[in-house]
Design a protein around this ligand. Structure first.
Ligand SMILES: Cc1ncc(COP(=O)(O)O)c(C=O)c1O
Length: 384
């Protein structure tokens, strides 16, 4: 049996999405920038895809910039804003201490442009509180960036509340919402964010395509310059099949959301209860209540997560110890360190991330395999 419980790393392309994309590789291959009929056909498809996304996110059409993924969106938003404002007074950027590395690195590299980067902490539940942000913010802050859902522990932040605080101090607010689709309602107007990032491959769309919402009233500097596509904000020939795929994947995710949420919440609860029942000394990382139903991040006392991962992999089960981008990096997770985990447990975590195709039978198989794996590894653990 092959079991895929790493949907936070990436998801398979939905065959319905692929079907929508295929004509744009072959007969409808035109460049949306071309004036002839084939180009215009592509242009119309591009703008229809943008409209579809705008309707779901309740955002103006001209505020959406298609990118190559959330790494690019996050880099563009943070660096593009800071570089456009480098001669202004506000010289501080606040990001949460549990942001994805592409937010951390994009911000950190602005220090050479004269910016100071401050980190708003998360509490032991994995939540960034209003109080924590209020303690740090001031009139010298240009941007606050807090992710909607954490990629390692799945915790949910109160974005509207945090954005309101940022605005009270005249700062802009960005949220990396990559892990939030379709678990949270991403209504841009209601959330009061100025910037937001998404990535299609996290919601059964293709890899290599993403989205940046940019409040059109805010001064930005493009990072990728050239032919002036996307309102001069992101040059380069459009990845039209990818953009069609993103819009269809987002549409399906929200159309089928209610049913899906019911099903996945049930699976998550079932798995956690069963895990506690079958395996001693397993603890959850981060809040149980304020967590998306796709995520369960736990630690198994006395053993290394990496050893569990390898053993499960041999049994056909794909899980992760943290985020995919640091899968080859055996250093302890900074997210778990941030939420105050004892150093003995920083390397003993496993992230199970469920998805659209996860079944109860797969979870039963995983529990059975885990029981054997954990028992075997604990038998020769030096810290047991
Ligand atoms: C929270 C978060 N932000 C950003 C990214 C990067 O997205 P992409 O793979 O589209 O570059 C990821 C992907 O792992 C993520 O989980």
């Amino acid at each position: 049996m092959r079991v895929y419980l790493d949907n936070a790393a990436t998801t398979p392309l939905d065959p319905r999405v692929l079907k929508k994309m295929l004509p744009y590789f072959t007969e409808k291959f035109g460049n949306p920038a071309s004036i002839h009929a084939l180009g215009q056909e592509a242009f119309i498809a591009l703008e229809e895809a943008r409209e579809k996304v705008a309707n779901i996110l309740k955002a103006p059409k001209d505020s959406l910039v298609f990118t190559s993924g959330a790494t690019e969106s996050n880099n563009f938003i943070i660096r593009g804003l800071a570089l456009a404002n480098k001669n202004e007074k506000r010289k501080r950027i606040i990001i949460s201490a549990i942001e994805h590395p592409c937010v951390r690195e994009a911000a950190r590299r602005l220090m050479v442009a004269g910016y100071t980067i401050d980190y708003v902490p998360a509490n032991k539940e994995g939540i960034v509180t209003a109080k924590a942000l209020e303690n740090l913010i001031g009139d010298d802050v240009l941007l606050v960036s807090v992710m909607m859902v954490n990629n390692e522990i799945g915790t949910i932040q109160d974005i509207k509340k945090l954005a309101t605080i940022a605005h009270r101090f005249g700062a802009y607010f960005h949220s990396d919402a990559v892990q939030a689709v379709p678990y949270l309602n991403i209504d841009i107007k209601a959330l009061k964010v100025d910037f937001l990032s998404l990535s299609a491959h996290k919601f059964y769309g293709p890899k290599g395509v993403g989205l940046a919402y940019i409040n059109p009233d805010i001064k930005m500097q493009a990072l990728i310059v050239g032919g002036g596509q996307e309102n001069n904000l992101r040059s380069g020939t459009h990845n039209l099949p990818g953009i069609i795929g993103l819009s269809e994947a987002l549409y399906l995710a929200y159309r089928e959301r209610d049913e899906y949420l019911k099903r996945i919440s049930k699976l998550q609860k079932y798995f956690w209860e069963k895990l506690k029942q079958e395996i001693p000394e397993v603890l959850i990382n981060g809040s149980w209540e304020k967590r998306v139903p796709a995520n369960l991040n736990v630690r198994f006392r006395y053993i290394e997560g990496e050893a569990i991962l390898m053993d499960l992999s041999q049994k056909g089960i794909c899980v992760s110890t943290g985020s995919a981008c640091s899968a080859s990096d055996l250093r302890a997770s900074y997210v778990l360190k941030e939420i105050g985990l004892d150093k003995n447990y920083l390397n003993s975590n496993i992230r199970f991330s469920f998805g659209r195709f996860t079944t109860k039978a797969e979870l039963d198989y995983t529990i059975k395999a885990l029981k054997q794996t954990v028992k075997r590894l604990r038998a020769f653990s030096p810290i047991n």
